[in-house]
Design a protein around this ligand. Structure first.
Ligand code: RIB
Length: 308
């Protein structure tokens, strides 16, 4: 099988994870945690997920010239991600995320973006040729919006589909949304972007329609273990998720986006691509960590066969 080329423009972090019984309340000290570090950052997670799912992936990112940056780059190379456009910043540290993971798999994350915040349109322009010849561009919102916009402009102008994962949520200009082929918010991000609280199928459809009205061609609203709602001008379809025992839901959305990009780049129809991505996301929540939990192609295919 010929690998499909995917470019991911976005963030890279080192995740400092503490596993606790529950997420601590403000002002509270909670004892009994277990600590580990793992590679993270929404952009890097999506790139590694896509590479492990079978894509030929280039990551455009900015890291510090420090130990965390070295470890991140080594991880990308180990996972087969092209690092030709990973810039090492001499003046800003690599991004770091502090993550609490509770017993039920839920998490709470705070990010010190460091060098991610300095990713500039010029970084993206250096990768323009690679973006123009890709089968898909994947972007998120942990790097400056003007950089996301620059990447989307290059891709859209060349007819390359743009997948925007609007995480973490922030106001999005119409100039960006109209370049987006597929927008992939989760329930929280959809509420943030539309003002509609997503609590059931009806409100999910309402929120997705409001996003379509802003110029996006396709909305895929991820609904956790329930699956994902595909919304297009022609109608809606819920693609059911898979029930698994969640250990850590961190980066489930990132894994979904990486796998989705691969499936679409390979020419899978939308419903099949979302089912593939649902399977990858389900597998990812059964393991701790972000990039450490992304499944390989074979695992995804076996899981889909076992759950047909
Ligand atoms: O989506 C999960 C990611 O969010 C973590 O890996 C963390 O680094 C933050 O970017």
């Amino acid at each position: 099988m010929k690998k499909s080329s995917i470019v991911v423009v976005g963030s890279s972090n080192t995740d400092m994870i503490i596993q606790v019984a529950r997420i601590p309340k403000p002002g509270e000290t909670l004892l009994g945690g277990k600590f580990l570090t793992a590679a993270g950052g929404k952009g890097a997670n999506q790139a590694v997920s896509a590479a492990l799912a079978g894509g030929n992936v280039t990551l455009v990112a900015r890291l510090g010239k420090d130990m965390f940056g070295d470890q991140a780059v080594a991880g990308f190379q180990r996972n087969g991600v092209c690092v030709d456009y990973v810039v090492r910043d001499k003046t800003a540290p690599s991004g770091v995320a502090l993550i609490f993971v509770a017993k039920d798999g839920e998490n709470s994350i705070a990010v010190a973006g460091g060098a991610n915040g300095k990713q500039a349109p010029a970084d993206v322009k250096k990768a323009a040729k690679t973006i123009r010849t890709a089968a898909a561009l994947v972007v998120q919102l942990e790097t400056p919006l003007e950089t996301v916009q620059a990447a989307a402009e290059i891709a859209a102008k060349a007819g390359v589909p743009v997948i925007l994962n609007p995480a973490p949520a922030q106001p999005l200009p119409s100039s960006l949304l109209k370049l987006v082929s597929i927008l992939t918010p989760n329930e929280t991000e959809a509420e943030w972007l539309t003002g509609i609280k997503v609590t059931n199928d009806r409100t999910a459809a309402k929120a997705a329609d409001k996003l379509l009205a802003r110029g996006v061609k396709t909305v895929i609203l991820t609904l956790g273990s329930r699956g994902a709602l595909i919304a297009e001008a022609s109608g809606h379809q819920l693609v059911a998720g898979f029930k698994v025992k969640a250990v850590d839901t961190t980066a489930a959305g990132d894994t979904f986006n990486g796998a989705l990009a691969v499936a679409l780049a390979e020419g899978k129809a939308l419903v099949g691509a979302v089912r593939f991505a649902n399977a990858a996301a389900a597998l990812s929540v059964t393991k701790i960590g972000a990039q450490t939990s992304a499944p390989r192609r074979k695992e995804i295919e076996r899981f889909l066969q076992d759950n047909a």
